[in-house]
Design a binder for this molecule. Sequence first.
Ligand code: APR
Length: 307
Amino acid sequence: MAKAKVSIIGGAGRVGSTLALYLAERKLADVVLVDIAEEKAKGVALDILQALPVYGNETKITAGSYEDTKNSDVVVITAGLPRNPGMTREELLEKNSSIMKSVVTEFIKYSPNTILLIVSNPLDAMVYVASEVSKFPKNRIIGMAGILDTSRFKAFIAEELNVAPKEIETVVLGSHGNEMVPLLSHTFVNKKPLKDLLSEEKINAIIERTRNAGAEIVGLQKDTSAYIAPAASIAQMIDSILNDKKMILPCSAYINGEYGAERIFIGVPAVLGKDGVEKIIELKLEKEEKEEFEKSVESIKNLVKNL
Ligand code: APR
């Protein structure tokens, strides 16, 4: 059976190249990198290609043009400008949406039936732009954010309680920004509610750190925003899609009626399989969580209304 094909637009960048490495290492798919920085993309592809024989790994990785992305099973868009220190995701909106429009217009000529994963920020708005331009069925457009936010929340809880992250069950919904909604009513550590294990003050501090996790990394690294955890999160989505694993993963998916919101891409738990988003999982929210989710919906609507 032919190996699956994943194309990464923006593949010479930090998130794209790290994702390419993860995909190749896990033998999830052959990978094509496309970037306006063509030479750099070629260099990244060669570097990864030369690493693979060390492990006897025969995954193909190349860099090329949109034509080379023909018939991709999944297209990932990481093209865009990253967030610089002090810059909000919203400030990126204008620049990245024009990049998004041009990139989507190009790749759909070659892969009209692909599943599209969006990573560029501000995430929920970029997913909206990709949907408007591509006119793809909504199940085939998904944004990466919820896995990352949930993983960050888990990492901080695990550190605070000194437990393995896999003992933690939790989910972060809503927009990928300051209005993300960590669901405390669905947060358990070895089946015990987090609320019973940590003080309200500690929990609030962890939530605050999760909201600012991206900014914390930019502040420390200065010249780069986070890319390792984002790439790992996309690889997980691709694994579930290509191998039809039907994992329930929080991601920016289209809802129309679920969670009381209409016609919007926003972070919710979704079953990801060979058809992309196969089902939205609706969790019962507490009153406060519902209000926070509504705020999240509003913030996304405000962001996209002028696009
Ligand atoms: N077409 C193709 N590639 C493009 C285009 C374009 N029109 N415009 C920019 N790029 C490429 C850049 O050349 C660069 O290689 O997108 C890549 C972006 O990579 P980085 O600057 O390293 O950014 P990265 O850290 O990978 O973040 C990518 O993900 O998390 C989000 O906010 C982040 O939107 C950003 C995206």
